[in-house]
Design a protein around this ligand. Structure first.
Ligand SMILES: *[C@@H]1O[C@H](CO)[C@@H](O)[C@H](O)[C@H]1NC(C)=O
Length: 301
């Protein structure tokens, strides 16, 4: 093999979310507030569910896990983005960049699987109500949650294994506010066409499998609900609309970032903000504000 004298890139330059000072100053006011609400909302949900015995059921345990993941996911990206608003030269170390990629995909992958599990839980509750407590027992619940974490980990570590070995030598500018695979891979000093396809396939298989499973469970649920009495149907529908909203909010941006990237910088940035800042904020809001039992639990508190 040819020996090339490579200068190793030790940090990347982030171009940030926007380039005007006025807009950055405005976002510097807005994002800390959004982040604060995200932390409080998600942690409150977790604590409420753990502390209230009436909420000790599989659906709420899964919801608590979702809130925990959302809290972690926004912590991987938002604080760094906020402190970067204050700096003119925004940089991220190579290690920091790999960490963001690893945790972003680990948590994102786990969340995807968790959404499927939440749909499965509702499927069993609505379509097989008599068997619910025997199917979704404590053991099963722990096992399901473990599956989601393990899948996220395998997905993330397989992507990282590809990225971390790439030769980075020259260009180091990322036109974004955090490190993510589609941008970082373009900086490698080699032809990455096949690797890009491999990574797309990795994310694609996971996302498509999850999405298909979600579609199947919600179709079953909706079909079952249609044949039920009006009262039961409306209750089941209201729970499921919350779930489906979250699924759309989560998968929508993912599809356009990883599966069919549009390649328009501002759209990509908008989707990334949506995915990293807005979705983790909306999830607890959607569940808690729409859920009677959670509202009652808050009153009890
Ligand atoms: C996640 O789910 C498991 C299994 O039901 C539960 O024991 C655990 O408390 C949940 N974790 C969080 C952070 O809510």
């Amino acid at each position: 093999m040819e020996e090339v004298n490579q200068t190793v890139v030790s940090e990347f330059i982030l171009l940030g979310l926007c380039d005007t000072w006025e807009l950055q100053a405005f976002l510097l006011l807005v994002f800390p507030l959004l982040y604060l609400i995200t932390i409080l909302g998600n942690n409150f949900t977790v604590l409420l569910i753990i502390s209230d015995l009436h909420l000790h059921s599989p659906m709420y345990f899964l919801l608590a896990n979702l809130s925990f993941i959302d809290f972690c996911l926004s912590t991987v990206i938002t604080p760094k983005m906020i402190t970067d608003f204050l700096k003119e030269h925004k940089t991220i170390s190579f290690g920091g960049c790999m960490c963001q990629i690893f945790f972003g995909h680990f948590l994102g992958g786990s969340e995807m699987v968790l959404l499927v599990l939440m749909a499965y839980d509702r499927y069993v509750a609505i379509c097989k109500p008599l068997h619910y407590s025997s199917i979704m027992n404590k053991q099963m619940c722990i096992w399901l949650v473990m599956t989601s974490w393990i899948t996220g980990f395998v997905h993330s570590i397989s992507q990282l294994a590809i990225i971390i070995k790439l030769p980075f030598c020259g260009p180091r500018e990322l036109d974004s506010f955090f490190c993510d695979i589609p941008l970082v891979i373009k900086l490698a000093c080699m032809d990455t066409y096949i690797l890009e396809k491999l990574i797309n396939a990795d994310s694609g298989v996971l996302a498509t499998t999850c999405f298909t499973l979600l579609l199947i469970s919600y179709t079953y649920i909706l079909l079952t609900v249609c044949h039920q009495s009006k009262d039961g149907a409306s209750k089941a529908l209201s729970t499921c609309t919350a779930h489906i909203t979250v699924v759309v909010l989560f998968f929508g941006p993912c599809i356009f970032i990883y599966l069919c990237p549009l390649g328009i910088t501002w759209v990509d940035k908008f989707l990334a903000v949506f995915y990293a800042v807005i979705t983790p904020l909306l999830n607890p809001a959607i569940y808690t504000l729409r859920n009677k039992e959670i509202k009652i639990a808050i009153k009890r508190l």
